[in-house]
Design a protein around this ligand. Structure first.
Ligand code: 13P
Length: 255
């Protein structure tokens, strides 16, 4: 049984004081819910504040949205894996489509970052997903296979167990166009099949696969009830503590 994991990707939003207001309201909304693992992904500058506010909670973790793969060096403007560990960060988003498209991140770069994460005991949230043009050309499986195999090259099964994969179709990000539950489930089942091929059946069964792309309180329950959808990576709707809390609550199993 995979514990669902629902993450708030704040992207380039939220000052320290806005983060504080968010966390205060969110904790009140969420109560003592512990069936779901929750991850908050603030911008680097708000990580210490968010971590401090969450010290009393067990199931809410803090993550970063990116990092460099080297431990230190002349990389102006970059943040290293040990620097994130120093801030008690547990998860790190790698290969987000915005970084792939706007900051030229290739699968090779993402792979370096993924392996650097394991070295520092950081858990990658590895993002993969096709563009609209790729979907229309019937290339969804090809794209997912290339991205997943490239990003996870030379990764061992025990490392894969520490990894969360996020399927985020690029055409659904920030557009209000969510993949239907069937479209998402089909892609997730394919990702799990790829994970079997990359590692083994038992490992692939344990890896959690999140869906991302216009997840909202209104569509979360249907998406999260699919057999291979083990969580959500939420952008826009995670900036409002009440709507993010509703999305988290939608992931709680009914029985
Ligand atoms: P939206 O929820 O705003 O579509 O963003 C999804 C995303 O990119 C999360 O990483």
């Amino acid at each position: 049984m995979r514990k669902k994991i629902i993450a708030a990707n704040w992207k380039m939003h939220m000052t320290q004081s806005e983060s504080e207001a968010f966390i205060t309201t969110f904790l009140r909304e969420i109560g003592d819910l512990d069936e779901i693992e929750i991850v908050i992904l603030p911008p680097f500058t708000a990580i210490p504040k968010v971590t401090e506010l969450l010290t009393q909670t067990q199931n809410i973790k803090v993550g970063a949205q990116n990092m460099h793969w080297e431990r230190s060096g002349a990389f102006t403007g970059e943040i290293s894996p040990p620097m994130l560990r120093d801030l008690f960060v547990r998860y790190v988003v790698l290969g987000h489509s915005e970084r792939r498209a706007m900051f030229c991140e290739t699968d090779e770069i993402v792979n370096r970052k993924v392996r650097a994460a394991y070295e520092q005991n950081l858990r990658p949230i590895l993002c993969v997903g096709e563009t609209l043009a790729e979907r229309e050309r019937g290339e969804v499986e090809k794209v997912l296979s290339t991205q997943l195999r490239g990003s996870l090259a030379n990764v061992e099964a025990r490392e894969l167990l520490e990894t969360v994969v996020a399927y985020e179709p690029v055409w659904a990000i920030g557009t209000g166009k969510t993949a239907t539950a069937d479209q998402a489930q089909e892609a997730h089942a394919f990702v799990r099949q790829l994970l079997r091929e990359i590692s083994d059946d038992a490992t692939a069964e344990k890896v959690r696969i999140q869906y991302g792309g216009s997840v909202k309180p209104e569509n979360a329950r249907q998406l999260l009830s699919q057999p291979d959808i083990d969580g959500a990576l939420v952008g826009g709707a995670s900036l409002d503590p009440r709507s993010f809390a509703q999305i988290v609550q939608a992931g709680v199993p009914n029985d």
